[in-house]
Design a protein. Structure first.
Length: 262
């Protein structure tokens, strides 16, 4: 059985109290003469459905009760003058701006759809970047070139173990306890100097020291395997979302560029 708190979180409900009531719109309830429009209830039901809750009479009643509670509390707060307090006024304004920003983002996505051609170009570029092989890599990360050269020399000694050396010498907390293992990945997932060095290795081979912004690496190619790239249709939703986010970010930057910011 669904349970709704008697006083739902105001921050969750603020987004649903901004609807404008048409003069002839059906009211779901009247609270001290103030109408709660049915559209507000419908919007809450729609939001609940998006979270996986079925539209039932119980849900409708629970939402209506929550909105009545919200209206009662809001009226009491206004009567007490709390809406005039500086902090409260700032929170109301921030909520208004957040709602408008969300509406802008949704409208932008609708009015600027990503073309099929752009999606296919991005898919082809992605396939080119990641290649057709996955690499199983291990590495040892140290702070200085001098230390890296010493580790590289030690690894060339008879009986030297890359895994044991990684556990003893590597400063990478995510891999040192696993003997430096980074698991399966494509070189494009690593920073460029690391990726370029890894791509040149043969199975079982250890690289010379490689510098990145993280320090100095000695890389070992443990194995390779063919990479199964998802089909265009499988990855299309993620590509569309990413390109929309990039376009939106560009639009925001353009808005900032045109704005007078002092």
């Amino acid at each position: 059985m669904l349970k709704f708190s008697k006083f739902a979180m105001l921050s969750t409900l603020l987004a649903f109290t901004a609807c404008t009531q048409a003069a002839d719109e059906k009211a779901a309830a009247l609270v001290n003469g103030v109408a709660i429009p049915q559209s507000r209830v419908d919007l809450r039901v729609k939001f609940a459905a998006q979270q996986g809750q079925p539209d039932t009479p119980e849900l409708q009643k629970a939402i209506k009760d929550d909105l009545i509670n919200l209206e009662v509390i809001s009226q009491a707060a206004a009567k007490a003058g709390l809406d005039k307090q500086a902090e409260t006024a700032e929170q109301i304004e921030l909520s208004r701006q957040s709602i408008l920003a969300s509406a802008y983002v949704q409208d932008y996505a609708k009015t600027h759809p990503v073309s099929e051609e752009a999606l296919k170009q991005e898919f082809d570029a992605m396939k080119s970047r990641i290649g057709n092989k996955e690499f199983k890599l291990s590495h040892i990360l140290v702070a200085s070139e001098e230390e890296a050269n010493k580790v590289a020399a030690d690894l060339k000694k008879k009986g030297a173990s890359f895994a044991k050396t990684a556990k003893a010498k590597s400063m990478d907390p995510g891999s040192k306890d696993k003997g430096g293992e980074l698991g399966w990945s494509v070189p494009a997932n690593f920073v460029q100097p690391f990726a370029e060095a890894a791509a040149q290795l043969k199975k079982g081979q250890v690289s010379a020291p490689v510098q990145t912004q993280f320090g100095w690496h000695i890389i070992k190619l443990e194995d390779t395997r063919e990479l199964k790239v998802p089909s265009f249709d499988e990855i299309k939703p993620n590509l569309e979302k990413r390109l929309q986010q990039q376009a939106l970010q560009k639009a925001i930057e353009e808005l900032r560029g045109k704005a007078r910011i002092e």
